[in-house]
Design a protein around this ligand. Structure first.
Ligand code: HEM
Length: 407
């Protein structure tokens, strides 16, 4: 091993300014020097090889339920400092059989067929957002387009009344602070109020649907509750919150990171404009090249060996999804952005039992959003005075703002 000092936990997240700008310097180095790296402060293993991560994510005997992990500060942070009996896990923090039951109840709404039926509506929402920007000259792609689009789509899928949409959007925006570890005390107050507001809103929505179900997502969950499908009202609320939290910021970041990659690679943008049929592959390449979720984890319930290393029961294995897409053992020239890449296999949506439920929706939204943006504004370019600034969230990778000239 070289005598370069090993990075600390913090230095492997976007909280560190150098990592934020150039994550692959450290990730490539770790992959070569210590691909199953023990981070001293958190005691977790940090994985940087594609194949190791694919195997860990696919392994259904590994857990994601923090209540089964040893009582550490990290576990308490994951559980919002709640005692285990007060913690209300979503499917993301459950193992089977509860995980399977909850996921099974909503999975139909997110399958390819359902998502395809939403495509015309997603396009209409994207076009309406862009129409409002027509005479603006320059604008922030994130605030004006990439952020509102997924919120409006999921709100409509859930069946939020159009009259409630402005309030719903305000709550969803405030909830985004949940991933900001350096939020101000005022933002924390707003975050809590928004959480309460959304919970009350969903509770009322559930009440109004009893006996009067429509074809929206909340109705679907209420119908499952009524047919005795072992789903409580509380679980419906937790699931609705998960859909908002898991789907909005991530899709915003995919659109933002994708638009930035195209603007920084004008040859790729020109190719995409000339061959719009390349869009699905281009979005997969965006997910590989600059994924919105940079890490996810699993831990074993019994001691075992993984990737040649002994792992204790409860010891987290952190999969660096950012490193996975840039492993030269999997992809040639991994740091190149190539929308025609033949093998775009990535782990940006995780894997195994918890593979992202919203992947078809996220793909559809990103494909439509990016296509409509460049169709309406073919001369789009970065505003040079505005530096591109990355978010400071440890598990997420996106932009605070993306200022463009449209004319
Ligand atoms: C580009 C956008 C998105 C990315 C990069 C993304 C990424 C991920 C990742 C990495 C996981 C965890 C997988 C694991 O640990 O194996 C996940 C889980 C999940 N995602 Fe997404 N996601 C995106 C969009 C969405 C959308 C639009 C929705 C729904 C509206 C959604 C709903 C979920 C749900 C419900 C889970 C938990 C699945 C389970 O535990 O079984 N995601 N996502």
């Amino acid at each position: 091993m070289s005598d370069k000092p090993l990075p600390t936990d913090l230095e492997l997240t976007a909280l560190d300014p150098i990592f934020r700008e150039h994550p692959h310097d450290r990730l490539d180095w770790l992959r070569t020097e210590d691909p199953v790296y023990l981070e001293a402060a958190l005691g977790r293993l940090f994985l940087t090889r594609f194949e190791d991560m694919r195997a860990v994510l696919a392994d259904r005997s590994l857990s994601r339920d923090p209540r089964k992990a040893p009582d550490t500060p990290r576990r308490r942070a994951l559980m919002g400092d709640m005692p285990p009996e007060a913690f209300e896990p979503s499917m993301l923090s459950l193992d089977d059989p509860d995980h399977k039951r909850l996921r099974g109840l909503v999975s139909q709404a997110f399958n390819q067929r359902s998502v395809d039926s939403w495509r015309p509506r997603i396009r209409a929402i994207a076009e309406a957002l862009l129409r409002a920007l027509t005479d603006r000259g320059s604008f922030d792609v994130i605030a004006e387009f990439a952020a509102p689009l997924p919120i409006i789509v999921i709100a409509e899928m859930l069946g939020v009344d159009p009259a409630d949409m402005p309030q719903f959007k305000r709550w969803s925006d405030a909830r985004a602070q949940i991933f900001n570890p350096v939020r101000s005390p005022e933002q924390t107050v707003e975050l809590r109020a928004a959480g309460q507001g959304l919970n009350d809103y969903f509770a009322r929505a559930i009440d109004t649907r009893h006996g009067r179900c429509g074809d929206d997502l909340i109705s679907m969950l209420v119908a499952a509750e009524e047919t005795g499908n072992r789903l409580s009202a509380r679980e419906i609320i937790v699931t609705c919150n998960l859909l908002l939290i898991a789907g909005n910021l991530t899709t915003t970041d995919l659109i933002g990171n994708g638009v930035l990659a195209l603007l920084r690679h004008p040859d790729q943008l020109a190719k995409l404009c000339a061959h719009p049929e390349l869009m699905p592959n281009a979005v997969e390449e965006m997910l590989r090249y600059d994924p919105p979720v940079v890490q996810t984890g699993r831990f074993p319930l019994e001691p075992r060996e993984i990737a040649g290393r002994k792992v204790h029961a409860g010891q987290t294995m952190t999969c660096s999804l950012l490193a996975a897409g840039h492993d030269p053992a999997r992809h040639s020239n991994p740091h190149d952005f190539d929308i025609e890449r033949a093998d775009t296999t990535h782990l940006a949506f995780g894997g195994g039992a918890h593979y992202c439920l919203g992947a078809p929706l996220a793909r559809a939204e990103a494909q439509i959003a990016i296509a409509t943006l460049f169709e309406r504004f073919p001369r789009l370019r970065l505003v040079p005075q505005h530096a591109v600034e990355h978010k400071r969230a440890p598990s997420f990778n996106g932009l605070e703002a993306l200022w463009v000239h449209a004319v």
